[in-house]
Design a protein around this ligand. Structure first.
Ligand SMILES: CC(C)(COP(=O)(O)OP(=O)(O)OC[C@H]1O[C@@H](n2cnc3c(N)ncnc32)[C@H](O)[C@@H]1OP(=O)(O)O)[C@@H](O)C(=O)NCCC(=O)NCCS
Length: 175
């Protein structure tokens, strides 16, 4: 994402507020284009420093969502992923294919060993993305995420480099 994307990113968040708020904790902190500009600036800084990787998801030349590796855990060669896409772009396979591309990059180019997704237990759509990509459900963390006025349990999904290269699909499991 470039700094010029701040206006479009803010419009996307603002027009999807209720939909995003159901599962993402930061939505209320986005109160104007300046907040999106700050988000992009901070993401670009982290990208340059190699401590995280946050990218815009584009569809037909327009920003449709965001996907990220939140941090790279040094010697453990591990990262966690997050993503969202506007409601009008849902159900087209865009998030699944974006995750797949980025995970391939993580395991081949970055030579990471493990990719994790922490997903609210009730976010079935997001859990299907993880399961479709072959991440295994490892555990459930109780009340580990605060969403505005309540805690939610998070399901921990993960896949390792050897599992990814062997056959991601065979790992599908449900918690
Ligand atoms: C969760 C979320 C990212 C899922 O996005 P999505 O667009 O529905 O996911 P995908 O694009 O990968 O595809 C989902 C559906 O599209 C279908 N699809 C259509 N074409 C496809 C293709 N070429 N490849 C893969 N799936 C395809 C899939 O079968 C799937 O259907 P299913 O869920 O009934 O099995 C999205 O709903 C979202 O942003 N929600 C709000 C924020 C959020 O929850 N973020 C995640 C926090 S952990």
């Amino acid at each position: 994402m470039a700094s010029e994307d701040a206006g479009a990113l803010y419009v996307l968040v603002d027009s999807n507020r209720e939909y995003l708020r159901q599962w993402l904790p930061w939505v209320d902190r986005q109160q104007g284009p300046q907040d999106s500009a700050q988000f992009i600036e901070s993401a670009r800084k982290d990208n340059r420093a190699g401590v995280a990787l946050t990218l815009g998801i584009e569809h037909q030349g327009e920003i449709a969502g965001v996907i990220a590796f939140h941090e790279f855990a040094g010697d453990n060669r591990q990262t966690s992923m997050g993503f969202w896409i506007s409601s009008s772009h849902q159900g087209k396979g865009i998030v699944s294919s974006s995750c797949e591309r980025l995970m391939e990059y993580a395991f081949t180019d970055l030579e990471l060993n493990r990719v994790v997704m922490k997903i609210a237990q009730g976010n079935l759509r997001s859990r299907r993305v993880a399961e479709r990509l072959g991440l295994a459900c490892e555990a459930t963390s109780r009340q580990s995420e605060w969403l505005y006025d309540h805690y939610v349990n998070q399901v921990i999904y993960a896949i390792t480099a050897d599992q990814w290269s062997a056959d991601p699909a065979r790992l599908r499991s449900a918690c």
